[in-house]
Ligand binder design. Structure first.
Ligand SMILES: *Cc1c(COP(=O)(O)O)cnc(C)c1O
Length: 473
């Protein structure tokens, strides 16, 4: 390397950064590294060249910012190879949910049953009679695959499925209430999550929100007094993700039915967004009562809306059940095509509904299996983890139902827990595992709850914890 004469130092000697930038290897030099030999076999050359360029750009930027970045050709080659391999790995990955939150919205909500997963896979991989009448050999309707099960399970006259429950609510508002008024209790004009706010949905669907009552108390006469010639519907929204306790009051669906029936204005619809789509009685599992779609139908709701992937335990969907005429208006509305459900979700949903029809949902639908699991069984699993890992403790704790269902409701469990000064670092290491493992951190404890760990994933948990403990010693 050339050295500058001392006297020129002020004008000509390049800065430290510039000098280091010049030591960056050329693209060709990096391409000749053995680390890239396999990549050059596997990938088209321009893609490998691009990956190397990109890593050199990153290194250049880091050097310019004063970072002490590795510059050796072998290092750049290794980074480029890793970047190429990362491209092969889908961004959406299977993870192990050890958080103890049964319906974890960030982790994809409900895992579906084996039968539902098989049905979804088969529908996706092959052809189906999605919109084909096998008997007549003519065009059929995709709505037919779910309707009879929904009728049988809820007593509703009719039922359809759309993309999700948010879509169901928007759809009901746009198709039935645009340009007119919708009466909502002040305590229900809420945000349901992820920026989904009832007032905004109504506004966007072209309906006018008429709030009645107060945040904590709304009575039947509040609704009755608000009905005018412009009223299209009374909308009830279940408080899925929060709870107002204490001095509270909301009329029942039956009381609202009476309000609508006694009103001078005909044709006002009673619409109930029950949220979680829970077909079972949650009180059988020592949980607070969660409104069921069939209860709303029984009480006289015209339309009942709920999710497919919360307490129903199926794939993402929005179900709309209710009176024939009200559902038919939706069926023939242009938005039906915009919001319709895809074939894999229809197949998964149909298989999920079959479990309820057969009466074996608690044994076959994963979220119900998890909710119903006896704490003693969970203690055994946590003890097994502790014995295999040779570290940590087993302690009683609570698993949450989560996912905008049953706020504050929990089930007793036993967890594997490890005290640490850096529990968040440990949780991060578990997330870096393949497959990633999602644990919980509370105070100075790393916590893994077996309730939400699927059968067959215990060995992976034990392996990961052994690595983790080994790594911290
Ligand atoms: C969860 C929920 C929604 C939104 O349902 P998605 O299926 O997430 O679109 C709407 N309303 C209520 C009451 C809910 O609990």
């Amino acid at each position: 390397m050339m050295t500058m004469p001392d006297r020129n130092i002020e004008q000509h000697e390049p800065s430290d950064v510039q000098r280091r930038l010049r030591t960056l290897p050329s693209v060709d030099r990096v391409l000749s590294e053995p680390a890239l030999a396999t990549a050059l076999d596997q990938w088209p050359r321009p893609q490998v060249v691009e990956a190397v360029r990109s890593e050199l750009d990153i290194a250049r930027a880091q050097l310019s910012n004063g970072a002490d970045t590795a510059l050796a050709p072998a290092d750049i080659a290794e980074l480029a190879e890793q970047a190429l391999n990362d491209q092969l790995r889908p961004s959406l990955r299977h993870v192990i949910n050890a958080s103890g939150v049964v319906i974890h919205t960030n982790l994809g909500r409900a895992p579906v049953s084996a039968a539902a997963a098989a049905a979804m896979s088969q529908a996706a991989a092959g052809y189906s009679n999605l919109e084909f009448n096998l008997e007549a050999g003519t065009r059929g309707s995709r709505a037919n695959h779910l309707e009879s099960a929904l009728q049988a399970l809820t007593g509703a006259e009719a039922g359809i499925a759309v993309n999700n429950n948010a879509a169901a609510l928007y759809f009901a508002m746009a198709a039935h209430c645009a340009g007119r008024e919708v009466i909502v209790s002040r305590g229900q004009a809420v945000e349901i999550g992820g920026g989904f706010r009832i007032p905004d949905v109504l506004l966007d669907a072209g309906a006018t929100l008429v709030e009645v009552g107060t945040t904590n108390r709304t009575r039947a006469p509040d609704y009755a007094n608000a009905i005018t010639e412009d009223t299209a519907a009374i909308l009830r929204v279940h408080s899925s993700n929060f709870r107002i306790v204490g001095f509270t009051e909301e009329p029942t669906m039956a009381e609202l039915r009476a309000v609508v029936d006694q009103a001078d204005v005909p044709g006002v619809l009673l619409i109930d967004d029950v949220g979680s789509g829970c077909l079972l009685d949650t009180r059988d599992f020592d949980l607070a009562y969660e409104p069921r779609p069939q209860d709303s139908i029984n009480a006289g709701a015209d339309l009942v809306l709920f999710s497919g992937d919360k307490l129903l335990g199926g794939p993402q969907a929005g179900l709309i059940i209710g009176k024939q005429a009200a559902v038919d208006t939706l069926r023939s509305h242009p938005l039906m095509r915009v919001l319709r459900l895809d074939k894999a979700a229809i197949a998964g949903l149909a298989a999920t509904l079959q479990h309820y029809l057969a009466g074996d949902a608690v044994q076959t639908v994963p979220i119900w299996q998890m909710i119903a699991t006896d704490p003693e069984q969970l203690r055994e699993r946590a003890e097994h983890w502790r014995a295999q890992v040779g570290a940590g403790e087993v302690q009683p704790a609570r698993s949450a139902i989560g996912g905008g269902s049953l706020p504050a409701e929990t089930r007793p469990t036993f967890v594997w827990t490890l005290e640490s000064e850096h529990p968040n670092d440990l949780a991060r290491q578990l997330r870096a595992h393949d497959p990633p493992i999602i644990a919980r951190v509370e105070h100075d404890h790393l916590i893994l709850d077996p309730r939400t760990v699927l059968p067959g994933e215990d060995a992976t948990i034990v392996n990961a914890l052994q690595q983790l403990i080994g790594g911290t010693e």
